[in-house]
Design a protein around this ligand. Structure first.
Ligand SMILES: [Zn+2]
Length: 242
């Protein structure tokens, strides 16, 4: 399946927290979008790999993405080595995205930075015809996405650009709330965590409001890029008074 955007998260829920507003907006604009989770999030304090899987399926429906896959790498312990890079290349070549979205280069959870580097390296190496991968027994064609953007998730990082999600913010929150074991919980039968209480959603909102304010819209998501972005029309810019 050819997609326009392939969004990677190391844990199921990273994509929802970091870039689901952008994905929902892109789908509304007619883009094809798929999500790849690297791990099942099996080390999460609350819930299990099974509950997380069911929640991820619900959230994929809520976002309206065209496909979602899990690469079943080891949560906390996956490496940026040949075997893992090739796993990522296989899905990049399968979905042929123009744009890859992935975790922030540094964040509270060390998996996020490691996954960011793993996916960025794979996006580049996927373009080399001598890096061989197979899918369903057939050799894959080389494919290099045009851009790799890193969504800002927990730690504040200064964004290189901001994506207006004002029309899709409520839908973004609905996708996050699909993870009933992880967020907005007053259920104390399992330990509360850094992200589990209703207060955490205030932080999500504050970040989206703050990023939105910078570009004169209600809500936005922030991204980092190492590749220079080229434009061919100023019409793509939001031109509000800030
Ligand atoms: Zn995560």
């Amino acid at each position: 399946m050819k997609t326009d955007i392939l969004a990677f998260g190391v844990h199921p829920d990273d994509v929802e927290l970091g870039c689901s507003g952008t994905l929902i907006a892109a789908i509304a604009q007619g883009k094809k979008v798929a999500v790849i989770d690297l791990t099942k999030g099996e080390l999460g304090t609350r819930g299990t790999a099974e509950t997380r899987k069911a929640e991820a399926t619900q959230a994929a429906k809520a976002m309206g993405v065209h496909a979602r896959e899990n690469l079943e790498m080891a949560d906390g312990f996956f490496m940026n080595d040949e075997a893992h890079v090739k796993k990522v290349i296989t899905v990049i070549r399968k979905y042929k995205p123009e744009i890859v979205l992935c975790n922030a280069p540094e964040d509270r959870h060390p998996d996020h930075g490691r996954s960011s580097k793993l996916v960025s390296d794979a996006a580049f190496l996927s373009g080399l015809r001598k890096v061989e991968t197979t899918y369903n027994g057939s050799m894959q064609e080389h494919w290099r996405p045009h851009y790799v953007f890193h969504y800002i998730q927990d730690r504040y990082l200064k964004p290189d650009f901001l994506f207006d999600i004002s029309d899709y913010y409520e839908q973004k929150i609905k996708t996050i709330l699909c993870y009933t074991t992880q967020f907005n919980s007053t259920d104390n039968s399992e330990p509360q965590t850094y992200i589990s209480t209703p207060d955490f959603l205030d932080v999500i909102k504050a970040r989206a409001l703050m990023f939105g304010k910078r570009i004169g819209v209600k809500y936005a998501e922030g991204y980092l890029t190492t590749k220079m972005i080229g434009v061919k029309s100023f019409d793509a810019f939001i031109q509000n008074v800030t």
